[in-house]
Write a protein that binds this ligand. Structure first.
Ligand code: F6P
Length: 327
């Protein structure tokens, strides 16, 4: 089928998530299948500004399907959102003869994709973030792996917490979104979850922990999102000071960037591969200015203008579930 696109650029941007590499692989191989040239932009939007644009071939993506991180490199770029950054990026893309872009990343990255589209560079986004706060998809690439990593840590922590009758405050990533802390809380059997979306006080936490002890629990696990206020450290200090009252010794564990790395799960490899292929197919159909995602297991495309203005929030029903099942 005839198409205007001949050179497609691939950008991996922002906080990486497990699945960026299978996404790049799918775009490269789907582009080659359709007779296009895939080019990689190194270091995300910073690399666009600097003109770090390299040709890719099928062998460039050999063996990367199971690797975490991104072979192209990534960055968070404030300079890119300034008029000069965008202008330099467009100049570099034109000089390299790039006709269209596929771009994977989180909400900030989708805003950048929208800016590129509006400035005349046909762009298709794909959601890649462990926080699952991007609209236009049920789940973003990397969420499943990050959750499994968090669950593995929780299970290990529970072993030692039960042996010593301790309350563990486990901080999960999520500066703005409590998704990981909530879902890990449900799937990992936490006694309490603390999220940025739900107000709570240190006294609420003490009461919950003391009540868990009275109910005969041998451990008490609290998952706390990074963005929760009071934060995980404040909660841990408070519970440490109230150990006699609650019955549990208090310990803090911050999982941090461990959740961002690691080999993508089967689910994330499939999702990244489907969305990488779909991004190329949309461009082939002459469509751009959209983000591809999956809703109810169907690949869908949502305008970048909608995605850029929207934040996906945790569901109240999931919060209720976490509370009920913690008893
Ligand atoms: O990708 C989102 C996120 O993991 C947030 O939860 C976290 O606050 C942030 O990235 C940390 O990112 P970085 O270390 O790349 O600045």
């Amino acid at each position: 089928m005839a198409t205007r696109v001949r050179r497609v650029g691939i950008v991996t941007s922002g906080g990486d998530s497990p699945g960026f590499n299978p996404f790049v692989r799918a775009v490269v191989r789907m582009a080659l299948y359709h007779g296009w040239e895939p080019w990689g932009i190194q270091r995300g939007y910073e690399g666009l500004i600097a003109g770090d644009i390299v040709p890719l071939n099928s062998r460039s993506v050999s063996g990367v399907i199971g690797l975490g991180g991104t072979l192209l490199g990534s960055s968070r770029s404030e300079a890119f959102m300034a008029p000069r950054g965008l202008r330099d990026a467009l100049r570099n893309l034109n000089e390299a003869g790039i006709d269209a872009l596929t771009i994977i990343g989180g909400d900030g990255t989708m805003r950048g994709a929208r800016a590129l589209q509006d400035a005349g560079m046909p762009s298709v986004g794909a959601p890649g973030t462990i926080e699952n706060d991007v609209c236009g998809t049920d789940v973003a690439i990397g969420v499943d792996t990050a959750l499994n990593t968090a669950l593995d840590a929780m299970d290990r922590i529970r072993d030692t917490a039960s042996s010593q009758e301790q309350v563990f405050i486990i901080e999960m990533m999520g500066a703005k979104s409590g998704y990981l802390a909530l879902m890990a809380g449900i799937a990992g059997g936490a006694e309490m979850v603390c999220l940025p979306e739900e107000p709570f006080t240190l006294d609420d936490v003490t009461r919950e922990v003391a009540d868990a002890y009275i109910r005969g629990k041998k451990h008490c696990i609290i998952t706390v999102a990074e963005g929760a206020r009071p934060n995980a450290r404040e909660i841990a200090d408070h519970l440490h000071a109230h150990e006699v009252e609650t019955g549990f010794g208090a310990r803090l564990s911050i999982l941090g960037h461990i959740q961002r790395g690691g080999s993508p799960s089967a689910y994330d490899r499939f999702l990244a591969t489907r969305l990488g292929a779909a991004a190329v197919e949309r461009l082939l159909d002459g469509e751009s200015g959209v983000m591809v995602g999956t809703i109810e297991n169907e690949v869908v495309a949502t305008p970048l203008s909608e995605v850029a203005e929207c934040t996906r929030h945790v569901q109240e029903a999931d919060l209720d579930l976490a509370r009920v099942l913690a008893r």
